[in-house]
Design a protein around this ligand. Structure first.
Ligand code: HEM
Length: 143
């Protein structure tokens, strides 16, 4: 909520490049979900699940905000990233194969992103995003 009359730098005018006036007391809401799907940052396929985009993606400081930013940035960011990295690496060490399974048939399903027409993945939206239907996988221990 604006504590005084102010402006935000972009979004106004027909080309959306002019400042916008924010009156004192006005609430400004933004959607991280929408920001993380901006074609000018993530490409024309921004709506698609394509982790490989991160190999070459160049972005500004405020283009990717899972932990938000500024004075109220998540205090657990480094902890969460270390923990997630640790779990992923231990999984990769422990299992030689991790395959997605359709829980209704038991059949293997193609990796997300391989089959662009596959709509079986459903998002669960909150402050963060997760898999609505859970993650069903077959794990083969490494020998
Ligand atoms: C992947 C995991 C996590 C994500 C995506 C995440 C994301 C966020 C986001 C978006 C905020 C709001 C920041 C704002 O108000 O601008 C936040 C706040 C916060 N997070 Fe996390 N968080 C995660 C894990 C954690 C963990 C593991 C801890 C503690 C061990 C933690 C502690 C906090 C605290 C204390 C705040 C409030 C900071 C404040 O209001 O000053 N978070 N987090």
């Amino acid at each position: 909520m604006a504590v005084k009359r102010t402006t935000i730098p972009h979004g106004g005018g027909s080309d959306k490049q002019s400042p916008i006036v924010i009156e004192k007391g006005q609430v400004v809401v933004y959607s991280v979900y929408a920001m993380h799907r901006r074609p000018e940052v993530y490409g024309d396929d921004a709506e698609e699940f394509n982790p490989e985009r991160w190999e070459t993606l160049k972005m500004g400081a405020w283009d990717y905000l899972p932990f938000n930013g500024g004075p109220r940035i998540c205090l657990g960011q480094q902890y969460a990233l270390v923990e997630a990295s640790y779990v992923v690496i231990r999984m990769l060490q422990k299992y030689q194969d991790i395959v997605g399974i359709d829980p209704t048939t038991g059949n293997e399903i193609p990796s997300l992103g391989e089959d662009k027409t596959d709509k079986s993945f459903r998002e669960r939206l909150g402050l963060t995003m997760s898999c609505l239907d859970g993650v069903h996988v077959k794990l083969t221990p490494a020998v």
